[in-house]
Ligand binder design. Structure first.
Ligand SMILES: [Zn+2]
Length: 60
């Protein structure tokens, strides 16, 4: 799946804060995501992330 900065990813497993939508803020070997619920930032490797994506909402 193509991942671009600004996309919102809905993951299968939610964050402990109750939100499961994340905004992509950096893309590389690892992807940096910001939780839309609590603004916490996490790094996750692409392979793991691809398995966890339920839905991707493109920026444009
Ligand atoms: Zn959160």
């Amino acid at each position: 799946m193509k991942i671009e900065i600004g996309d919102v990813l809905v993951l299968k497993k939610g964050h402990p804060c109750g939100e499961n939508s994340w905004k992509v803020i950096r893309v590389g070997a690892d992807v940096k995501l910001e939780c839309l619920g609590c603004n916490r930032i996490v790094m996750i490797d692409r392979v793991t992330l691809n398995k966890r994506i339920k839905k991707s909402i493109p920026l444009k």
